[in-house]
Design a protein around this ligand. Structure first.
Ligand code: KDO
Length: 336
């Protein structure tokens, strides 16, 4: 049996001793079988979020022979947006990250933060499971010491407002205080939609809507439901401005401590969980318009072309686009 050198060992010595005794008594197997690698995952998401659930079952079960998956929800371990640095510094093993967080550290990644770039979940999957994904994941590994194991569809972002004004075009969002997550890429997206973006942590959005500190927020429909934003808002405008995606980020240092078999198990479990999560989110998204209407919200489609045209123009003219690898935009668009 190959012995592992885990970064973090679970439990105190006495607990470990008790576990070892149990394992030995029940199976007669090596005492070291109890010494599992601890995989702490930090996220602002809730425990009931589809990504949280998929990882806590499929991923956790997949790696359970040699690792303990330990999720921390609602920003309780690391604050939203600080997880990648925590992983890079060896203080955390896993997070559910985004192109926006990656772009903060690796500007080339800002291409994936552009509104109306990714067409849908299938486009995302094909882009990231092909050559483009390989190259962009390698960049993250080389520059940050973080391994991206898989891509998952997080849902398409829509506007969700507490004000009643009808929104048809970007001009109607003029002066609307739209909460966007707190990075430049997110704030720019808010501007590209025509709104007045304001940063706020995900965990504070419900209260922000309730008190009127913000006029609205944007998230995919399954997230609006999970966080009960419909209780404190009046409408959902189906702008579909970002087919949003997340990546399962994993510490390279932890990865390098695994055997080849274990690495394969981690990778396969991550990809299986992500595929299941994407499927669940897609299916759920399709049913949710009726749910929100049932809750008394107005749900309607604006003049999407006017939002798309404005956003695409602003991204192409932005400083972000100067960092996009040459030819990548065309390659992404060509993925069918
Ligand atoms: C959010 O803060 O609105 C956001 O949806 C941004 C995503 O990139 C992601 O970080 C997500 O929050 C969290 O995972 C919580 O669901």
């Amino acid at each position: 049996m190959k012995l592992l050198k885990p970064l973090v060992r679970t439990g105190a010595l006495s607990a470990a001793f008790a576990a070892v005794t149990l394992v030995s008594a029940s199976t007669g197997f090596s005492a070291f079988a109890a010494d599992k690698i601890q995989l702490r995952m930090s996220t602002p998401a809730t425990e009931t979020d589809f990504r949280s659930q998929g990882l806590a079952t499929t991923f956790a079960d997949g790696v359970s022979e040699f690792a303990t998956y330990e999720p921390h929800y609602n920003d309780t371990l690391f604050k939203q947006g600080t997880e990648l640095v925590a992983i890079a510094r060896g203080n955390l093993e896993m997070s559910i990250t985004s192109a926006q967080e990656l772009a903060k550290l690796i500007p080339e990644w800002s291409i994936f933060t552009a509104g109306y770039l990714m067409r849908d979940a299938e486009h995302q999957r094909k882009v990231f499971e092909g050559e483009i994904g390989k190259e962009m994941y390698q960049l993250v590994e080389d520059k940050l010491g973080v391994k991206l194991l898989s891509v998952m569809y997080f849902g398409t972002r829509q506007l969700n407002l507490r004000i009643e004004k009808e929104i048809k075009t970007p001009a109607d969002l003029d002066g609307v205080k739209l909460r966007m997550p707190g990075t430049d890429a997110w704030q720019f997206l808010g501007k590209a939609l025509g709104a007045n973006p304001t940063p706020m942590a995900f965990t504070e959005v419900y209260t922000g809507l309730q008190t009127g500190a913000i006029d609205g927020q944007d998230n995919p429909l399954p997230t609006d439901k999970d966080k009960k934003f419909y209780e404190v808002t009046k409408q959902i405008v189906l702008t579909g401005h970002l087919a949003d995606m997340n990546f399962l980020a994993f510490s390279k240092k932890t990865w390098d401590s695994l055997s080849a078999d274990q690495q394969k198990t981690v990778m396969d479990s991550a990809q299986k969980a992500s595929a299941e999560i994407s499927k669940t989110i897609l299916a759920n998204e399709a049913q949710l318009v009726d749910f929100f209407k049932g809750e008394g919200l107005k749900v309607y489609t604006p003049d999407v072309a006017s939002f798309r045209d404005r956003a695409q123009k602003m991204y192409l003219e932005s400083d972000f686009s100067k960092d996009w690898p040459k030819g990548l935009l065309e390659r992404i668009n060509a993925v069918k």
